[in-house]
Design a binder for this molecule. Structure first.
Ligand code: HEC
Ligand code: HEC
Ligand code: HEC
Ligand code: HEC
Ligand code: HEC
Length: 213
């Protein structure tokens, strides 16, 4: 009977199988790291907004307090978004009639909110509460970065479950005194311990039930 495989066939096959496995592992590692990359979470990618609003101008240059526009951030789950009337409080005088501000007028005429696009929106199965964090001394800056310096708003942290848990496992080093929550570029020492628990749940903040229900 003639020989079907050459004497080298066995080692060639072994090499091919080894290379194939290596390529598969490399592809999986690449896919895994891409899925977890900041880009996949939309970090530092601005969204087109109905009005080209600038935090750098309003919260930075004009020095406006975050609570002027996000007025429920200390007492509710949602931070609250400014109404068209609130913007027009100034823009009846400043830039009145400017084309970029037209969506303010139509929002009022149609009696609908301005359609701001959210950068941070979590999926429906996850739950977040601003007041609990703010009352316990987590600064806006810790989660949202230097918003007052942003001409276009971006998110600076992924808002992934892993990111939430990194802090929930050991929040104390990330805390500030309650009065410093709105401070810009705060660099003091963590006070240690949780300030004032607003008491939504008892139990551990790493339990699934804290964020999913
Ligand atoms: C406390 C007053 C005040 C409020 C409230 C206010 N603005 Fe302004 N806004 C200003 C001033 C002052 C300027 C700068 C005008 C200039 O430099 O010509 C400005 C500029 C702007 C500009 C032009 C930006 C540019 O690129 O030059 C836009 C757009 C704008 N504001 C949108 C808004 C929106 C939307 C709201 C509501 C969420 C709002 N403003 C609320 C005072 C205000
Ligand atoms: C003059 C009103 C005004 C002030 C003052 C203001 N904001 Fe905003 N904020 C807005 C508007 C309008 C938007 C929606 C457009 C955008 O994303 O830029 C917004 C969006 C945001 C978002 C993104 C929300 C999302 O949908 O994901 C964050 C975070 C935020 N603001 C934080 C802050 C912080 C922190 C401060 C204080 C340093 C502040 N803002 C001050 C008007 C304001
Ligand atoms: C612990 C992290 C954290 C802190 C601290 C925090 N935020 Fe947020 N913020 C979020 C998350 C997460 C969302 C998205 C919430 C959702 O989709 O339910 C969000 C959403 C927002 C929004 C969009 C409107 C809304 O409520 O969904 C605004 C505006 C905002 N934050 C402003 C602020 C301001 C101002 C402060 C400081 C007083 C602050 N945030 C503190 C994590 C944080
Ligand atoms: C920098 C730290 C930090 C980050 C980041 C953070 N948290 Fe928290 N979280 C806290 C602290 C501190 C508390 C308050 C704990 C307490 O009162 O015992 C808290 C409490 C909570 C509670 C309320 C528990 C209750 O009392 O009902 C929820 C819900 C929550 N976090 C969800 C989230 C989610 C979702 C994210 C990510 C999008 C997140 N947190 C990111 C620090 C953080
Ligand atoms: C501190 C808040 C927090 C806690 C505690 C938490 N999660 Fe999550 N979880 C989130 C957030 C925020 C998301 C959405 C972002 C994401 O997919 O990472 C999420 C997403 C998920 C998803 C969907 C993942 C996907 O790819 O869509 C699953 C499944 C999940 N969590 C299960 C759990 C289980 C099981 C536990 C308990 C062991 C748990 N979570 C505890 C905040 C939390």
């Amino acid at each position: 009977m003639p020989q079907i495989f050459s004497p080298q066939a066995d080692s060639t096959l072994r090499l091919a199988v080894a290379l194939g496995l290596l390529a598969l592992v490399a592809a999986l590692v690449l896919a895994w790291s891409l899925a977890r990359s900041d880009r996949a979470w939309g970090v530092r990618q601005p969204l087109a907004q109905p009005i080209p609003f600038s935090h750098a101008l309003h919260a930075g240059g004009l020095g406006m307090d975050c609570r002027y526009c996000h007025s429920t951030v200390e007492r509710a789950a949602g931070a609250g978004m400014p109404t068209a009337e609130l913007c027009l409080g100034c823009h009846e005088q400043v830039w009145a009639g400017a084309a970029v501000l037209a969506p303010l007028r139509s929002a009022i005429e149609l009696d609908i909110p301005i359609a701001w696009r959210s950068l941070h929106r979590l999926p429906d199965h996850a739950r977040f509460h601003h007041a609990v964090h703010v009352q316990n001394g987590v600064g806006c800056e810790t989660c949202h970065g230097a918003v007052w310096a942003m001409p276009q708003t971006v998110k600076v942290e992924p808002m992934s479950m892993g990111w939430c848990l990194d802090c929930h496992r050991n929040p104390e080093p990330a805390l500030r005194p309650r009065e410093a929550v709105f401070d810009r570029g705060w660099a003091g020492a963590a006070p240690g311990g949780l300030a004032e628990h607003v008491g939504l749940t008892a139990g551990s903040i790493t339990d699934c039930y804290t964020c999913h229900r």
